[in-house]
Write a protein that binds this ligand. Sequence first.
Ligand SMILES: Nc1ncnc2c1ncn2[C@@H]1O[C@H](COP(=O)(O)OP(=O)(O)O)[C@@H](O)[C@H]1O
Ligand SMILES: O=P(O)(O)OC[C@H]1O[C@H](OP(=O)(O)OP(=O)(O)O)[C@H](O)[C@@H]1O
Length: 181
Amino acid sequence: MNGGRLIAVVGPSGVGKDSLIDGLLAAAPALRRVRRVITRDAALGGEDFDPATPEAFAEAVQRGAFCLHWAAHGMQYGLPAGVLQTVRGGADRVANLSRSALPRAAEVFPRLVVMNVIAAPEVLARRLAGRGRETAEEIAGRLAQASKPLPSGLDVVTVVNDGPLEHAVAQALAALQKERA
Ligand SMILES: Nc1ncnc2c1ncn2[C@@H]1O[C@H](COP(=O)(O)OP(=O)(O)O)[C@@H](O)[C@H]1O
Ligand SMILES: O=P(O)(O)OC[C@H]1O[C@H](OP(=O)(O)OP(=O)(O)O)[C@H](O)[C@@H]1O
């Protein structure tokens, strides 16, 4: 028994990670998304996440409540410890991860699939402005991180999300089916 896969969707802000995950879940109903704990105001919207104060997040880290956690954009993000038990039990899970969290994710999860979503820089800028979740200053900060390289030594599936989202979802599904074989 090999256990399940953690499908880590990574890429620059605005590239469409959350949209791709939504599309994947719609196309593959057996797949489930990890509900992340984030020190972000729930009122800002976005994916379905579990909001936490910085103090509560630090306390959760201390008691081992996360199998993986990282900091980015001035916030903290965590995957609940139970996710690791779930994938060890054989189920696949998909999560939006920081590129910087990948080396640790590869240590923690026996089967990690890195799904790297890419799009042209001008597309990212347009999408972030359209999403409207961040201020112009925050968007500039996110765009400055756009070309951050992936850590080396990982098997990576590249998904191009420059065109219709359905095209990106089809690429991702094909890669997941191939990788499973
Ligand atoms: N292929 C696409 N075509 C048009 N708009 C897209 C596409 N993919 C994502 N978007 C839009 O771009 C914005 C950023 O997408 P999002 O999924 O939030 O990206 P990320 O999670 O990578 O930051 C959202 O408003 C989303 O609706
Ligand atoms: O280290 P990086 O690879 O640059 O990633 C930084 C963070 O950006 C994403 O978060 P979030 O979903 O809050 O932001 P986004 O939707 O703007 O990508 C991702 O999940 C990381 O937590």
